[in-house]
Design a protein around this ligand. Sequence first.
Ligand SMILES: *[C@@H]1O[C@H](CO)[C@@H](O)[C@H](O)[C@H]1NC(C)=O
Ligand SMILES: *[C@@H]1O[C@H](CO)[C@@H](O)[C@H](O)[C@H]1NC(C)=O
Ligand SMILES: *[C@@H]1O[C@H](CO)[C@@H](O)[C@H](O)[C@H]1NC(C)=O
Ligand SMILES: *[C@@H]1O[C@H](CO)[C@@H](O)[C@H](O)[C@H]1NC(C)=O
Ligand SMILES: *[C@@H]1O[C@H](CO)[C@@H](O)[C@H](O)[C@H]1NC(C)=O
Ligand SMILES: *[C@@H]1O[C@H](CO)[C@@H](O)[C@H](O)[C@H]1NC(C)=O
Ligand SMILES: *[C@@H]1O[C@H](CO)[C@@H](O)[C@H](O)[C@H]1NC(C)=O
Length: 501
Amino acid sequence: MRFVIALLTASVAALGASAQRVLSVSFGKHNSKPPSLRRRSPTYSQELNNNLTGGGYYADVFVGTPPQPVSLVLDTGSSDVWVLDNNANICRSAKLQAYFGYCISTYNPSKSSTYSLVGDSFSIQYVDGSGATGDYIKDTFTVGGANITNLQMGLAENTNINSGLLGVGFPANVASDEKYPNIMALFEEQDLIATQAYSLYLDDLYAETGTILFGGLDTEKFIGELKVVPILPDAETKNYTSFSVALSSLTMTADNGTVTNFTQAVIPAILDSGTTLSYLPTSMANQILAAFGAVDDTSSDGTGLVYVNCDYLSDNGNLTFDFQFGGSDGPLIRVPIDELILDNVKGYVEIGLVVPDLPFNNVCSFGIQGSSGLYLLGDTFLRSAYVVYDLSNRQIALAPANLNSTRSNIVEITKESGIPDVTGVVSQVSAEQTATGLPGTDAGGSFTATATAATTPTTAGSAEGSGNSGIKSVAVPSWETTAVAALAGVFSLVGAGVFML
Ligand SMILES: *[C@@H]1O[C@H](CO)[C@@H](O)[C@H](O)[C@H]1NC(C)=O
Ligand SMILES: *[C@@H]1O[C@H](CO)[C@@H](O)[C@H](O)[C@H]1NC(C)=O
Ligand SMILES: *[C@@H]1O[C@H](CO)[C@@H](O)[C@H](O)[C@H]1NC(C)=O
Ligand SMILES: *[C@@H]1O[C@H](CO)[C@@H](O)[C@H](O)[C@H]1NC(C)=O
Ligand SMILES: *[C@@H]1O[C@H](CO)[C@@H](O)[C@H](O)[C@H]1NC(C)=O
Ligand SMILES: *[C@@H]1O[C@H](CO)[C@@H](O)[C@H](O)[C@H]1NC(C)=O
Ligand SMILES: *[C@@H]1O[C@H](CO)[C@@H](O)[C@H](O)[C@H]1NC(C)=O
């Protein structure tokens, strides 16, 4: 899934504001420190560029022989890797780029000696209504210094997305009807890493880069104990399709120590790096918004954002949200208010972007919105966490992120051990987690049933896509259609921004 707010890109481009280029990336291949004489598989560390205006995290990778550099949005919510063809519609059209953002980087198959064509069936559509169609191809793919050969990828000819995606979800969840081994499967098959696992460290909102570490974890990047929760299977098919975990408690601690508990039920929440904001059940989100006097403008004719008074940032410097998973012994992630209130809309307000009548002048946007049916914890949550995704053992481990860490101590993840029982750095603040030790796979087991019984996405049913912008209509699972409807406001903001100029 991918909920990147395209407007922010489009309008910044249209305004001629100086858009920064993606930073150059130094690939590091880190070999783990061997504690024994056993040969260890290496791990691969890929830097991720934090693009605040584009709303995503970009990995600078290489495709083909000789290697062609491309920037791809890292997406834990989808499973296909795809790149923009150098002849893609969006890259040839100034009009499309004014709307969806500059065509970021392309790949030319005729210049690669290792390219081969698989077929013309590539077609993917994301929850936010964006999508891409074209060919399926195979070529060498270099990420974090690892050369993956013959990776099947989409080559987008028609799309309304201005960069390709690096989908690192479950292999079984690829968009194609004909399943194929995706990047995670090939990473393991080609013996590059020991098991299908990686760790994600997005770092501070204003940090320029984060890291995805394939095959390992870095104990310098988190605080205290990593705690494991099981990934929830799809309620109907029992298949594992998304990184859904049981969110068992969400509380807010004010500066004066007052705790407000927003929890109504255990909900399945998908940890999705391809989503900019976080989406919680509507009734829960409404309570949170009310606590901040925030104004919800996400209705279908609105701007798609929730507005909040920026003063909360300076007046409530110590206010935090505590997200806990898998029950009272599970991992607890404390998200400070300055990761949830985003000072990113003043430019639009100044140029007269129609926002509703607001009871405050210092306008910020809120990083939490309501959603019916699909709950996502995106970058506004993920930046505060260190997250280890173990696809092979269907587990996720979380710990509070050690922000702005410049040190590194990499530990390999093996098939047998799964996520190792390791401790990160000592907390610089107060104790973040009460219990110690790994709860193990059974932790929160009792929550699994509750959570899956609720609204875990299903892949049943289909509907026609919108078919605009030259995108072929593709079958969209019904839960995605629901989410598109719920979040349509995000797209209408694109229209508002562009037509006004
Ligand atoms: C952010 O993304 C936009 C398009 O989405 C691009 O124009 C810009 O160069 C990017 N900036 C950085 C710093 O990566
Ligand atoms: C990956 O391939 C490139 C050539 O395309 C080569 O220079 C590099 O050494 C390879 N890296 C590894 C880790 O094998
Ligand atoms: C991390 O670094 C960024 C950029 O230098 C800074 O704005 C931020 O306050 C730092 N965060 C923490 C938690 O130290
Ligand atoms: C669920 O998984 C099974 C076995 O892996 C597969 O046969 C089936 O098609 C999957 N169902 C869906 C809806 O993907
Ligand atoms: C603590 O702060 C909250 C939010 O600012 C406020 O609603 C509450 O009344 C305060 N409680 C006390 C005991 O001061
Ligand atoms: C918040 O309420 C839920 C549901 O009543 C409960 O399970 C959870 O433990 C509470 N959280 C805290 C931190 O007390
Ligand atoms: C936050 O906490 C620190 C240390 O307890 C205190 O010095 C500071 O005044 C607090 N900030 C606010 C805005 O309450």
